[in-house]
Design a protein around this ligand. Structure first.
Ligand code: TXA
Ligand code: MG
Length: 393
């Protein structure tokens, strides 16, 4: 089985996984068949979707699903998304499909919307993290659809990263995250959205957005006007599945500048730079560093506020690039809270683990620059884990 497997460039690892280029539009049937056979045999296949790369296994095979949890280092209570290829398969995984689910399916599937429904007994409890519900979606990617269809089974696929880390948007990211623990990686190039699907719990009344994502909330509201979304920071509810604060995190501690003032991240980064810290500055285009920048600030542009779709698409890539600098701190600017900016900010907020600086108070910037910075910024706000530890990564 391993004969002739192409090496994946795993810097020193003895074996990379088998990585195969596959046509993103018209996937080669031989590769689709190979992936489907592996899935049916309980193996793990990393697949492109329109959002991020997923780590796929037969959702109905408890042993295969257990391997997903082991390879990702994912807590058993964090349920997986089950992917199907057509709406009629909903009945295989959900015990009840309300009318509203059919309406959403008709409008948004295939696409980056995940629905939480009551779980059917055919889905093993382990797939759903022991819950009575199941998350399901039809991905809008020819490769994912073809493989699911050929496998003849629903496919559980979390993002193909180690738990708590940045989701992969390329096959190379998958290899960097999971290495040889995946049986096959299908490489269809970079993903279209670059952020995960929007997750909506339809078993709650009113329906609740559990995770903002690639489907804009504005669009979702057109079909589901009563849907509730509590953005980060306004979330009084205890962390449920998918609400872990430490998530989507680079290894380097990240400070999030959330506020209207474009200058804030530059001021923060500059002040930190003058304190001798090596800083990567991730800003929207308008916040250009000025001549007052401290030396040693590396800039990674996040993109234009006028094109938040491309900010979202490049976000994980940019976080990986920023992480590779090996700086002491990343200072990121929040996006405008609209359209894809909502999901971008959700991920940045989680990456910051509570290290959020706001310019809401006029005196804040001055206070930071005057030296309250180290104490204001450096301690992780969540108290969950030391900021530089590789936990979850
Ligand atoms: O775009 C995506 O959704 C990607 C691609 C591969 O499809 N998948 C993905 O899966 O992001 P994952 O496992 O990384 O994130 C799934 C999220 C988690 O936050 C999980 O807690 C939540 O969905 N979730 C899954 N099942 C759930 C359930 N039954 N109830 C509540 N939340 C659930
Ligand atoms: Mg994930």
């Amino acid at each position: 089985m391993t004969t002739g497997r192409p090496r994946a460039g795993m810097g020193g690892a003895p074996h990379g996984p088998e990585v195969r280029r596959i046509d993103p539009v018209d996937p080669e049937p031989s590769l689709v068949g190979r992936a489907a056979r592996l899935l049916r045999r309980g193996r793990l296949v990393a697949l492109p979707t329109e959002t991020v790369y997923g780590l796929g296994a037969d959702a109905l095979d408890a042993g295969a699903v257990a391997r997903i949890f082991a390879v990702k280092g994912r807590p058993a209570a964090d349920p997986l998304i089950v992917h199907v290829a057509d709406p009629s398969s909903l009945h295989r995984v959900a015990a009840e499909v309300p009318d509203v689910a059919w309406r959403l399916a008709a409008r948004f599937w295939p696409g980056p919307l995940t629905l939480v429904l009551l779980r059917s007994n055919s889905v093993p409890a382990i797939t759903a993290g022991g819950r009575s519900t199941v998350a399901v979606r039809i991905p809008a990617h020819p490769v994912a659809l073809a493989v699911i269809e050929a496998s003849g089974t629903p496919v559980a696929a979390p993002s193909a990263n180690r738990f708590g880390r940045i989701s992969p948007t390329t096959a190379a990211d998958v290899v960097a995250e999971l290495g040889a623990e995946v049986d096959l990686v299908l490489d269809a190039g970079p993903t279209r959205f670059g952020l995960e699907s929007t997750v909506v719990d339809l078993t709650d009344r009113p329906p609740l957005v559990l995770r903002p994502g690639a489907l804009d909330l504005e669009e979702l509201r057109e079909e589901l006007p009563d849907v509730v979304f509590r953005p980060h920071g306004h979330d009084a509810a205890p962390a449920g599945p998918g609400r872990y604060l430490r998530h989507y995190a680079p290894m380097t501690p990240l400070v999030l500048c959330a506020g209207e003032e474009d200058e804030l991240p530059v001021v923060v980064a500059t002040a930190l730079g003058h304190r001798g810290l090596r800083v990567v500055l991730l800003t929207m285009e308008r916040a250009e560093p000025t001549a007052t920048d401290a030396p040693g600030i590396v800039r990674v542009p996040l993109g234009s506020a006028e094109d938040l779709g491309s900010v979202a698409r490049a976000l994980y890539r940019n976080l990986r690039v920023a992480d590779e600098v090996g700086a002491d701190l990343l200072v990121a600017q929040a996006a405008p809270e609209r359209g894809p900016g909502v999901a971008v900010n959700d991920r940045l907020f989680r990456a910051a683990q509570g290290r959020v600086v706001s310019d809401a108070e006029p005196s804040t910037v001055e206070a930071l620059a005057e030296g309250g910075l180290a104490t204001a910024v450096l301690p992780a706000g969540s108290g969950e884990a030391p900021p530089v530890s590789g936990a979850g990564g």
